[in-house]
Design a binder for this molecule. Structure first.
Ligand SMILES: Cc1cc2nc3c(=O)[nH]c(=O)nc-3n(C[C@H](O)[C@H](O)[C@H](O)COP(=O)(O)OP(=O)(O)OC[C@H]3O[C@@H](n4cnc5c(N)ncnc54)[C@H](O)[C@@H]3O)c2cc1C
Length: 331
């Protein structure tokens, strides 16, 4: 028997972790993650002891394999339904499809699900891959700290523009990466005073600046302090990608005040985050990008749609296609 193939996965978000779990036992898999934590855009952060889901707000489930995994995570307490109603302001915005889907969240924070998925994964954090070099079957990935080599396969799960910049020119699917479009999004996190919470758990908004306000504390297992997560709309975010954050923070706070009477201290404590590649405006139109000859691949939500479940599906389908190649013996 020949040695198991070595696979490098770039990114420890939903796609990278799904892939690592699916390939485990069939290859030696190592994940390189540029940030210090797990989950990518399934993100949770603490500000003065209050936690905020400042990336994905919730996820829906239709794929049977995704459902199976969530059932297992739920049995371990890492996922729960978020049953609260989302209102639309104005009410005419209501989208029946969205309203009828059951919504789930990680517990106690959105990143609890990726953390649960990563339990047996081999991950190097603070490892931003800046280049991939070598030849098919013998790839080297380079970080600021140095090189790691002799990978049979390298798979990039970073957002499409970042994967495009990383994958060598020989990768056969650069055209699909180039046609993919991702939107920016600004997220504002606000801690409210007890008793100052808005009368809705979450709202979709028809507003020129913001399109979403949720009360993070209405999700299961969160801190019992009213806290808001506010998202800016895609058009406004696209116009302001390079605008200084402080000015955007003020504009978002002004927009929030159209719905909730914030006090000064609450506004002062608000923190803004820029997601340069948050959502998918135009997907790649293929469930994954696989170059068998170069032994390079790429996957992520941007292949299908800007949803957590789409990231899972893209990676699961890529794993299905890759497994036979990983079983082939090296000549
Ligand atoms: C504000 C916001 C709100 C959202 N709301 C929802 C929602 O309500 N419902 C829903 O279903 N989805 C939502 N989404 C989308 C959802 O978060 C994504 O679809 C999903 O998390 C994408 O997973 P992924 O693994 O494809 O990508 P990512 O989560 O982006 O993972 C990619 C990983 O690659 C890492 N990486 C990038 N470059 C490098 C490099 N050079 N070297 C090493 N590592 C690298 C990144 O740090 C990241 O961890 C939202 C996203 C945002 C930002």
């Amino acid at each position: 028997m020949s040695d198991p193939k070595r696979v490098a996965i770039i990114g420890a978000g939903m796609a990278g972790l799904t892939l690592a779990r699916a390939l485990a036992g069939h290859a030696t898999v190592h994940i390189f993650e540029k940030s210090k934590g797990i989950g990518g855009r399934m993100a949770t952060r603490r500000i003065e002891d209050i936690s905020f889901d400042h990336g994905a707000q919730y996820f829906t489930v239709r794929d049977p394999r995704f459902r199976d995994m969530l059932n297992a995570a739920a049995a371990d307490g890492a996922v729960e339904r978020w049953n609260r109603d989302i209102v639309s302001l104005p009410a005419a915005l209501q989208n029946e499809q969205r309203a009828n889907d059951a919504r789930y969240v990680g517990k106690p924070g959105m990143n609890a699900l990726p953390k649960w998925m990563a339990r047996d994964c081999d991950i190097t954090f603070n490892a931003e891959i800046c280049s991939i070099s070598g030849t098919p079957g013998n790839w080297t990935v380079t970080t600021e700290a140095g090189e790691d080599g002799a990978f049979d396969w390298v798979i990039a799960t970073a957002p499409a523009p970042q994967s495009a910049a990383l994958l060598p020119p020989a990768f056969a699917h650069h055209a699909a990466l180039q046609t993919t479009r991702m939107n920016a999004c600004f997220t504002l996190m606000v801690t409210l005073k007890l008793g100052a919470a808005p009368p809705f758990p979450a709202a979709r908004l028809d507003d020129p600046v913001i399109n979403w306000i949720s009360r993070n504390d209405t999700k299961p297992g969160r801190d019992n302090v009213p806290s808001l997560v506010v998202n800016a709309g895609p058009e406004w975010s696209a116009r302001h990608v390079e605008t200084p954050l402080e000015s955007l923070r003020e504009q978002m706070l002004k927009a929030v005040r159209r719905y909730i009477p914030l006090e000064n201290t609450e506004a002062e404590s608000a923190v803004i985050k820029r997601w340069r590649y948050a959502n998918v405006a135009r997907p790649a139109g293929q469930p994954f990008l696989l170059d068998r000859e170069q032994q390079l691949a790429s996957c992520g939500d941007w292949c299908i749609a800007g949803r957590v479940e789409a990231a899972f599906q893209s990676a699961s389908l890529l794993a299905d296609a890759l497994l036979p190649a990983l079983r082939e013996t090296t000549p």
